[in-house]
Design a binder for this molecule. Structure first.
Ligand code: B12
Length: 208
């Protein structure tokens, strides 16, 4: 994909200062924060992934691009989440064991907080025990993210464990290699294709 947008190009180049300036410019121009994220920043990360696949860039460049993306998201955060004072319930989300990708997970957290939930961030590389502790500490819905095809197996184990031991707890899965079919196959309660749909999914479980 070719995209001449300055923000798109700045993320691909991993230039933090340019990303900051471009995000601020769009906000000044009153472009909606979710649109900035979904229409420019996420496609830019996808472009970075494609360039990596084609061996046009290597791991350090991918990492630098990811850092600039995270910086941009931090600027957008207050616009994405107008935090309420009352919690609609406690949720926990983590990236599954073996997987260090957290940009998507962090966007899901911002939007769930914006929808009024208390969200416990379990971080990356989460073993089953971390999810279990969160359940024992009151999380009503568990969310799991995976970005590597190799860590989808860990996702399956986590969902299986939770469903067997805590049948009342809902489990939502997502991440680029995850699909609706895979979610059904591993017995998850729901699959979220992107972060924007997650608050509705959780509302459906806790406030049917
Ligand atoms: C940035 C990045 C990295 C960064 C991660 C930095 C970070 N802090 O996250 C770094 C450089 C560290 C990295 C490392 C690696 N990466 Co990487 N990475 C990417 C890249 C370019 C972008 C991922 C991303 O952030 N996308 C943007 C976010 C917003 O999208 P997202 O995560 O999909 O999230 C959205 C949805 O999926 C959904 N979502 C996400 N999580 C959840 C959870 C729930 C519950 C729900 C409902 C929804 C949901 O909502 C989000 C927003 O809408 C992808 C390429 C790609 N196109 O995905 C490769 C990619 C995922 N990486 C890949 C690889 C191979 C690796 C490495 C193995 C490379 C290496 N040789 O070491 C390592 C693995 C490290 C590890 N153990 O995890 C491959 C995976 C291939 C595969 N099929 O498994 C990809 C696809 C690149 C490629 N084309 O080859 N990577």
């Amino acid at each position: 994909m070719e995209n001449n947008d300055v923000l798109f190009q700045s993320i691909c180049a991993g230039n933090v200062k340019d990303v900051e300036a471009a995000v601020n410019k769009k906000l000044e121009d009153k472009v909606n924060a979710l649109e900035i994220l979904n229409n420019i920043m996420v496609p830019a990360m996808n472009e970075v992934g494609d360039r990596y696949s084609r061996h046009e860039i290597f791991l350090p460049e991918m990492l630098i691009a990811a850092k600039s993306m995270q910086h941009g998201i931090k600027i957008l955060e207050p616009y994405l989440a107008e935090l309420g004072h009352t919690s609609k319930g406690k949720l926990a989300i983590g990236t599954v064991q073996g997987d260090l990708h957290d940009i998507g997970k962090n966007i899901v957290i911002v939007l769930l907080k914006g929808a009024g939930y208390e969200v416990v961030d379990l971080g990356v590389d989460c073993a089953i025990e971390k999810y279990e502790t969160a359940i024992k500490e009151g999380a009503k819905v568990i969310l799991a993210s995976a970005l590597l095809t190799t860590t989808m197996r860990a996702m399956k184990e986590i969902v299986g464990y939770i469903k067997e031991n805590y049948p009342d707890i809902k489990v939502v899965v997502g991440g680029a290699p995850v699909s609706e079919d895979f979610a059904v196959e591993i017995n998850a309660d729901a699959y979220g294709e992107d972060a924007s749909c997650v608050p509705n999914i959780v509302n459906g479980f806790l406030y049917p």
